[in-house]
Design a protein around this ligand. Structure first.
Ligand code: NAP
Ligand code: SF4
Length: 695
């Protein structure tokens, strides 16, 4: 039956034909994402549990993280590979877990090429990438030939392991992409020298794979539609490649945008939602097989719109399925307002993976810890019955005058830590009362969502707000809880958060000084010339907030220098300068480059926006005083004044603990109230959940 709200998204699709044909129950593909669980054999059941939870949540097809076809194709030393029968046997635990949960799963075969973080890495040519320390060796013609066969062997092993399909990773700047682009392929043998010869390796990989697995087994090829690097492919080359791959036996095209070394953001929050949909639409005009849209698609509405517009046949979402394993089930039940939306922050997923840590999710700390962070039902507590008659309700072993009831929990503070604690506790069965002194939930998160490019953060508050409602939490807004208010509860979680730190600079009480909270909340509207004190995450965000001018998708592309790949190699053109709404000077005491401590996979983009917005950056400053002229600083022993109409302080936070200190009972302190230093929502949400899971 056609779904009334998402008729295209929830429509089945059959890939291939014959005995190996695969019917997907809907058009949602959980895109490949390396989680770190792939790399250690003893994590295989954790990985199975991670995928099984998503399969139970209704996703059409899951694609695993990348598995190398050869050791030299490893992402890092001893990383995941699919190279022998033992691997295939071990993977039966994954395919079994997914199939038992009613899902379908494809193995991704990925050769890292020069992105391999190890000295054995190899590529088309011996050209080091700007993001890895190792120079790859150039593969000999024979090695290229053998590697194409190794790819095919991995594909066949995947089929043997029970996978329903495979995905050959041909985008994001990995080995196949390295062969395709002149940037990284200066060979003059049969594998390079002309666009057609550069395509040969990718085509051989698919041709040999098809030969080994037969006519029907679905082979997905992830094709790079926009390389976004100098010396990248033109659209003409991409279209020609797609046709050759289709002839060689590709069943479906998944799509990728941008190499990892590209200096255009492609998936983080500041990238407009659905920014790349037109690229998939263009591929769909070229090929006959189904195509799958990807990158910055995180709601069922957007996915449905892309499919309904005929721009794609499938939609790939990787991080959104990390954030909410039941994404599809909720869409199906018309409960999309209960989806825990991925906010594209990268903080707990890609930032972890690129730091060699296991991936998780900022808004869902259970991601990749499904078997470890479990919210078990809480046992009832026994309490004296109000009357003898109620003793009939007492559980076995209870006293004659006791009744069983749900334990009660007071959570004080509705910032990320408090929201996580309150919802996790209600899920466990606690009777939860949530106190918040502001008229709205959200705490520091509510400020963050005011930053241009962080609008998605509002979805996290929508999610928590709805979750509180669904779980029946008693929410008391505008109430500053006292020790008396929480005295009668069985347990108390204190999540009273933080307040902006005002450093002891002479003149800090000057009327031109405001905190970041005043500015982001709109309580203070800064003048034209602004000095920002403190260049941590919030100082950078506030500088972006202050300089930002409205931009639509076309402006956004122009500011980042994204052009038509039919006209510009790799889809890169000259960036159009931004105009800045204000003159901003961002100052810090440290001498390190500004913004260096920001997220590993997103910090560079935030730093680029500062440059694009002509934010003046001053490091190594000593703050002397503030007066009518502005901020007086000494830098390198030279005193100067930075003139300003407004001085915005972003110098970190202090914990708010007055309630906790006033309690004469045991309570659990979480989030910024526990530790303000380096507080972020990832730690707050995770701690709030973990504390409650252990109650
Ligand atoms: P933060 O990262 O700790 O930065 C505050 C900055 O204020 C420090 O870097 C410090 O720099 C300065 N400072 C500290 N004490 C000071 C004092 N007494 N006088 C003058 N300056 C002082 O804190 P935040 O910027 O408030 O951010 C809070 C948390 O949210 C952090 O964990 C941050 O990573 C996270 N966050 C991340 C992002 C992002 O990744 N995009 C965005 C927003 C927030 P100096 O000592 O060098 O002056
Ligand atoms: Fe999305 Fe951030 Fe979670 Fe990654 S950590 S899945 S980007 S919300």
């Amino acid at each position: 039956m056609t779904h009334p709200r998402y008729p295209h998204l929830l429509e089945p699709l059959t890939l291939g034909a014959g005995p190996d044909a695969l019917t997907l129950r809907n058009r949602v593909v959980m895109g490949s994402m390396h989680t770190g669980l792939e790399d250690r054999p003893w994590d295989i059941d954790r990985l199975g549990a991670f995928f099984a939870e998503r399969a139970r949540g209704g996703v059409g097809l899951i694609v695993t993280g990348g598995y190398a076809p050869t050791k030299r194709g490893w992402l890092k030393p001893f990383a995941s590979e699919m190279t022998n029968r033992l691997h295939a046997m071990r993977h039966e635990r994954i395919t079994g877990a997914v199939h038992d949960a009613g899902g379908a799963v494809a193995l991704q075969v990925l050769h890292a090429g020069r992105y391999g973080y190890h000295p054995l890495s190899q590529s088309a040519s011996a050209r080091k990438s700007p993001i890895t320390p190792f120079t790859p060796s150039a593969m000999s013609s024979r090695e290229v030939d053998r590697t194409a066969t190794a790819f095919a062997r991995s594909v066949a092993l995947a089929r043997k392991a029970g996978y329903d399909a495979v995905e050959v990773m041909g985008s994001e700047g990995y080995l196949l992409n390295q062969f395709l682009a002149a940037r990284t392929n200066d060979r003059d043998d049969e594998w390079g020298g002309s666009p057609a010869r550069r395509m040969r390796f990718a085509v051989e990989v698919v041709r040999r794979s098809r030969e080994l697995v037969g006519g029907d087994f679905p082979i997905v090829y992830r094709i790079s539609l926009l390389d976004l690097v100098e010396g990248g492919q033109t659209w003409e080359e991409t279209a020609e490649l797609a046709l050759r791959l289709q002839d060689a036996g590709v069943t479906v095209f998944n799509t990728g945008i941008g190499w990892h070394e590209a200096r255009v953001p492609t998936i983080i929050t500041q990238v407009p939602r659905g920014a790349w949909r037109s690229c998939t639409a263009r591929l769909k005009q070229v090929v006959d097989v189904p195509v799958c849209a990807s990158n910055r698609i995180n709601t069922p509405e957007l996915a449905e719109d892309i499919l309904a517009s005929g721009e794609a046949d499938l939609v790939s979402m990787a991080r959104p399925l990390l954030a909410d394993p039941a994404f599809v089930a909720k869409a199906m039940d018309e409960r999309a307002d209960e989806i825990n939306t991925c906010i594209a922050c990268n903080q707990a997923c890609l930032d972890h993976v690129f730091s060699n840590e296991r991936a998780s999710c900022l808004v869902n700390p259970r991601a990749c810890r499904e078997t470890e962070l479990v919210l078990l039902p809480v046992p009832s507590v026994r309490a004296p019955a109000p009357s003898a008659a109620s003793s009939e309700a007492a559980p076995m072993g209870a006293g004659p005058h006791d009744v069983a009831r749900r334990p009660t929990l007071a959570v004080v503070g509705a910032g990320p830590a408090g929201l996580a604690a309150a919802t996790a506790a209600a899920e466990r069965g606690f009777e939860v009362t949530l106190f918040e002194r502001s008229p709205e939930i959200g705490g520091q998160f509510r400020l963050a969502m005011e930053v241009p490019g962080k609008e998605d953060f509002a979805d996290t508050l929508r999610y928590f707000g709805r979750r509180l409602e669904v779980l029946g939490v008693d929410v008391r807004l505008g109430v500053e809880a006292t020790a008396d208010d929480v005295a009668g509860f069985d347990d108390v979680v204190v999540a009273t958060g933080v307040e902006p730190r005002m450093p002891a600079i002479p003149g800090i009480e000057h009327p031109r000084v405001a905190s970041y909270a005043d500015v982001l909340s709109g309580a203070v509207v800064p003048g034209r010339r602004v000095v920002v004190i403190g260049a941590g995450g919030i100082g950078v965000d506030v500088s972006v907030f202050l300089t930002h001018e409205e931009e639509d998708l076309e402006d956004w592309m122009a500011h980042w220098g994204v052009g038509d790949p039919a006209l510009h190699e790799g889809g890169l053109t000259e960036p159009k300068p931004r105009s800045a709404a204000r003159e901003v000077t961002l100052v810090q005491r440290k001498t390190t480059p500004i913004g260096i401590g920001l997220g590993r996979t997103s910090g560079w983009a935030h730093r680029a926006v500062l440059r694009q917005s002509q934010v003046t950056q001053v490091s190594g400053a000593t703050y002397d005083r503030i007066d009518d002229d502005g901020l007086h600083v000494t830098v390198d022993g030279v005193a100067r004044v930075i003139e300003a109409d407004t001085i915005v302080v972003c110098a970190g936070q202090d914990s708010v603990r007055s309630l906790y200190d006033a309690l004469d009972r045991e309570a659990h302190l979480v989030g910024g109230a526990d530790l303000a230093a380096e507080l972020d929502a990832k730690r707050a949400i995770r701690q709030g959940t973990e504390v409650v899971a252990a109650l």
